[in-house]
Structure formats: structure tokens, C-alpha cells
Design a protein around this ligand. Structure first.
Ligand code: F6P
Length: 547
């Protein structure tokens, strides 16, 4: 059954939210905290290893009630059921959206076109497990009988960002294999990677759902040519494996059918790290840790599916995001993990969030008359504090920010961790409270700053505060907790897409550039420029003249 097509702005709750916004838009969070000592206990959710405090938002109980009403009016519950049950909710591509099935237990029964997909998922998981064990334990060897020391993941977008993010995030759990990622069609990228490698001890994992992506095929060809400088065509089968739905194309490339890890068209690229697309994760940290990642995601799936909306982390975070995006007019959100391990989380979620919800046509086929997808950006703290935090604290834009921190560090260095976490807590407190003119003046008085200098400097040193933040305090960066965290943001994307009445699981917007690049490549190769606007013609002729 199709998803409903309610324009959210036509709901009663949206209108009530608009009126409510008028009364709350200038409210002071500091005052709200002063007036209600129970605010933090009212606006937090504790679940497994997660403590999510959303009290530092410009909200009161009525805001939450109205946002929950909006979720109900847009039939979120029904949509969640359809999502998990494998309905064709990716309607424009006529597909189910079932990355959640990839992390379901063996006992689950999830049907696509009447067929339970769980047995085939477990068959592939078993293949990943055996392959991982053979490579990690040195049973599977290269063409000169040497064990593999390096693995190169060749893919782009969802076939690169997820594995690259998780391999980086779970470095602490890594084994002896060195994992590399080649994604960009920029030849300098692939040449920088291969110059460090020995073909005898390197395994290549080509990841492409379609096996037609220009970047991935070009990089794979370049790598194969480089490999064949020292090995023979038969050796390709020992060193190249593939993850794809396109078995025909993969075998044409020379990859042995036994070394193909299948995936399914009901798994979107940007949600695919849980499938064999995560093979490089399994190779990096071992299958058991990969499985724990999946288990953590599955626990978040259960939470999302079963918990009432007011205690449901993805739902609450999605509703707060809608509150700022659609009522306060916030254009972007920042995501600041206080761990260097999660430095690739924001780039990873940029694809998840912006490719999914960067849409301007509603599910009814009509242009939307309200804002959709948020711009997401971020870097780990404390580095980001010394880079762009100035703008969050004192700039003119409202940037709701998620702070993600961990109670325990992995190496147990108390000194570093206490310093890191004191910054974590200090930032959200500073963003909430700001610094008043009276406080600045008191500091000047204490420092003996002259009245003229104080009068001049004072406006620059005032912080208005009242900047919204969510704090996600997680026990430790384990594979399970990482799985739960990533699944949390996946479901936040889903909730927002449902309420915004858009299709979150297609990505037609990336096609036009691809098409044009193909025809421009022909012109560059033929050194003959066709009809373009004068700017493009001018640039192309400069390029052809000087290349
Ligand atoms: O950028 C568009 C896109 O289709 C992504 O959604 C996908 O993750 C990526 O290209 C790679 O596609 P493939 O896995 O088919 O090579």
C-alpha cells in the first residue's frame, strides 16, 4: 500500500505550531530553565547506553505535544509499519526499503513480493563471515602464496562513505589488515593509493550496486592494469572480489562468480553498509564486530518501531529538526562528535540526509510549498571549536547542533578524556546561557580594564546564547553503540521524509550532472566542442587549449 500524501502544512497541528511559534520564537531558554527545575528530567530519553538530553531547545511541553500531533496527522505510525514490512515505499523506483532487514535476527520473517528475504540475507552474511576469516587468518592467499596485508575498497557514494566511516570509527577494534578507500575518479586519488601497495599482498573489493558507476569502473580498470603489470589474467580471480546486484557485469570484469557478494535492489546505496557493502568493515574488525554493529542497529530499529513517539529518540530528534527547519527557518544543522574516531560521521550523513531529503516535489507529484532537507555539516570537537564555532556562538544564523560524546574513552586516558568532555559540556552550556553585558562588565571590572576600553569592547564580547543543542551522551564507542547511532540517524531521515511528504529513497538529482559529463567527455576526447552556454564553451576551450 502506498504512503499517504498529506501536505503537512494543511494539517491542523501545523497551523497550531505556526501560532505556537509566534509565542515562543523569542522565548529565553535560560528563563525556562530557571522557571522549571525539572526541565532536564522532562526533556530527556534514556535508552540502553544512550542518554539523549533535548532540554536545551526552544521548546516547552506544548511544542512537543503539537509536534507529536503533527507526526500522528501525517500518519507516521502507519508509515513505520510499511517501512519495516517491506512495502514499496520507494515508489518512484518501485522498490521496498529494507536495510533494516539486513540487521534483523534469523528468526525474522520479512517478505518482499511474498518471499521471506531473511534466509538469503543470512546466506550472504555467512559468506562474508567465511571470507573474512579466511583472509584475516591468512588461509586465503594471493597469487604468489603470500598472505594479504592490504585491502582496497573501490566504490563511491554509498559504496564508499559508510564503510570508510565505520572502518575509521572502529579503528580501536582493528586487526592487522590495512584498509584503503579509492572513490574519486580523480586519477591522483587512485595513484596515491596504489603507489603504497604490493600487488602480491593486496585484495581489491569492488563495491558497486549497479556496476555501471563511471568512477568505480574507471578506478577498477586502472587498478587491474596496474595489477596485471606483475600478475596474470588468471590471478585477477584471486585478488578481486565484488559486491553488486549486477552479477553479469561483474563476471565480465573477470571476477570469479564465487567471489561475488550479492546485494539487493531494496537496499539503497546510502543505507547499505549493513550488507556485503560492509565487507571491508568485516575485514578490518572481524566478522564478530561487524555482527555487533548490526545487532546495535537492530536494537535501535526495535526502539524506533515499538517505543511511543514521546520517548522515541529518532522521532523526537526528527520533530525538533522540523521545528527549527520549518518554523524558525534554520537552514542547516551541525553534528559535532567529541571523538576523533567519528570524523567521517558528518560526511557520511551528508549523503544519507541530503541525498534522501533534498527534494522539492511532494509525494503527490506537486512542488512543495515549504522547506525540506536540512544541510548537515560538522567536525569533531574540540577541533571544530577552534574552527567554526565562532559562527555558531556569535554569528547571525541559527544552527541547531547535535553534540555526541562518550562517557568512557577507549584507551582509558583519564586526563585527556576529562579535558575533552569538559569542553563537550561547556559548549552546550555556553550556547544555552551566552554571556550578558553585565557579566562581561564584571569581568572587565575584575581585570581593571579602563572604562573607555570596556565601553568599546563590551558589545563584541556579549554572547546572546539561546542556541539550541541536543546532547547524545553514550557510554562508549563500541560496535553495538555505533550501529545504534547510525540507525538512529537513518530513522530520523525517514521520519522527516514522511512528514515532509517527500520520497526519501530515490536520488534523481544526481542524474543530470552524470548525463552531461558523459556527453562533455565525448567532446573532450574528440577535441570538438558542441553547443553550450557561452560560459561553458569558454571554459572548455581554455581547458582544451592548455591541457
Ligand atoms: O550518487 C548517486 C549514487 O547512486 C548513490 O546513491 C550511490 O551510493 C552511488 O551513486 C554509487 O552507486 P553504485 O553503488 O551503483 O556504484
Amino acid at each position: 500500500m502506498a504512503l499517504n500524501t498529506t501536505n503537512p502544512t494543511n494539517t491542523a497541528s501545523w497551523k497550531k505550531l505556526q501560532n505556537h511559534f509566534e509565542t515562543l520564537q523569542n522565548a529565553s531558554m535560560v528563563t525556562m530553565f530557571k522557571d522549571d527545575a525539572t526541565r532536564a528530567s522532562q526533556f530527556h530519553i534514556q535508552w540502553n547506553d544512550f542518554l539523549v538530553d533535548y532540554s536545551k531547545n526552544i521548546i516547552n511541553q506544548e511544542t512537543i505535544n503539537l509536534l507529536l500531533e503533527l507526526a500522528n496527522e501525517t500518519q507516521l505510525k502507519d508509515a513505520i509499519t510499511k517501512y519495516f514490512e517491506g512495502d514499496t515505499i520507494n515508489q518512484t523506483e518501485n522498490r521496498a526499503v529494507l536495510h533494516t532487514a539486513l540487521r534483523s535476527p534469523a528468526s525474522a520473517n520479512i517478505k518482499v513480493e511474498g518471499e521471506n528475504v531473511i534466509p538469503e540475507i543470512f546466506e550472504v552474511k555467512n559468506k562474508i563471515k567465511n571470507f573474512t576469516n579466511e583472509v584475516v587468518n591468512g588461509v586465503r592467499k594471493g597469487y604468489t602464496e603470500k598472505v594479504f596485508t592490504d585491502v582496497v575498497n573501490i566504490g563511491i557514494g554509498g559504496s564508499d562513505l559508510g564503510p570508510a566511516m565505520v572502518v575509521e570509527a572502529l579503528q580501536f577494534y582493528k586487526n592487522q589488515l590495512n584498509i584503503h578507500f579509492v572513490s574519486n575518479v580523480d586519477g591522483d586519488h587512485v595513484h596515491e593509493v596504489i603507489k603504497k601497495l604490493n600487488p602480491e599482498t593486496t585484495l581489491f573489493v569492488i563495491v558497486s550496486k549497479t556496476f555501471t558507476t563511471q568512477e568505480t569502473l574507471t578506478n577498477s580498470e586502472t587498478i587491474r592494469k596496474w595489477f596485471l603489470q606483475s600478475a596474470s589474467q588468471e590471478d585477477v580471480a584471486k585478488h578481486f572480489v565484488a559486491v553488486s546486484t549486477n552479477i553479469k557485469k561483474v563476471t565480465e570484469f573477470g571476477i570469479n562468480e564465487n567471489n561475488v557478494f550479492p546485494m539487493w535492489d531494496w537496499v539503497g546505496g546510502r543505507f547499505s553498509l549493513w550488507s556485503a557493502v560492509g565487507l571491508s568493515i568485516s575485514l578490518a574488525v572481524g566478522f564478530d564486530n561487524f555482527d555487533k554493529l548490526l545487532k546495535g542497529a537492530n536494537q535501535m530499529d526495535d526502539h524506533f518501531k515499538n517505543e511511543s513517539f514521546d520517548k522515541n529518540i529518532p522521532v523526537v530528534l526528527a520533530l525538533l529538526s522540523i521545528w527549527y527547519n520549518n518554523f524558525f527557518g534554520a537552514e542547516s544543522e551541525a553534528l559535532i562528535p567529541y571523538t576523533q574516531y567519528l570524523q567521517k560521521l558528518a560526511p557520511y550523513l551528508q549523503q544519507g540526509i541530503m541525498e534522501s531529503n533534498g527534494k522539492s516535489v511532494g509525494r503527490d507529484g506537486k512542488p512543495v510549498n515549504y522547506q525540506t532537507g536540512t544541510i548537515i555539516w560538522g567536525e569533531p570537537g574540540t577541533n571544530s571549536q577552534h574552527a567554526f564555532f565562532q559562527l555558531i556562538h556569535q554569528g547571525t544564523k541559527l544552527i541547531p547542533t547535535d553534540f555526541i560524546g562518550f562517557v568512557k574513552p577507549l584507551y582509558g586516558d583519564k586526563d585527556h578524556h576529562d579535558k575533552l568532555m569538559s569542553n563537550f559540556f561547556a559548549q552546550t552550556e555556553a550556547l544555552l546561557n551566552g554571556k550578558t553585558a553585565a557579566q562581561v562588565q564584571a569581568e572587565f571590572d575584575k581585570q581593571g580594564v579602563s572604562p573607555e576600553k570596556a565601553a568599546y569592547l563590551l558589545p563584541f564580547k556579549v554572547f546572546t546564547g539561546n542556541k539550541p543543542t541536543n546532547t547524545l551522551l553514550i557510554q562508549q564507542l563500541t560496535p553495538e553503540n555505533l550501529g545504534s547511532l547510525v540507525a538512529l540517524y537513518e530513522h530520523k531521515i525517514f521520519v522527516q521524509g514522511i512528514i515532509w511528504n517527500i520520497f526519501s529513497y530515490d536520488q534523481w538529482g544526481v542524474e543530470l550532472g552524470k548525463q552531461l559529463a558523459t556527453s562533455i567527455l565525448n567532446e573532450i576526447e574528440a577535441e570538438k566542442i558542441n553547443n553550450h552556454d557561452s560560459s561553458t564553451t569558454f571554459l572548455l576551450s581554455h581547458f582544451l587549449k592548455n591541457k
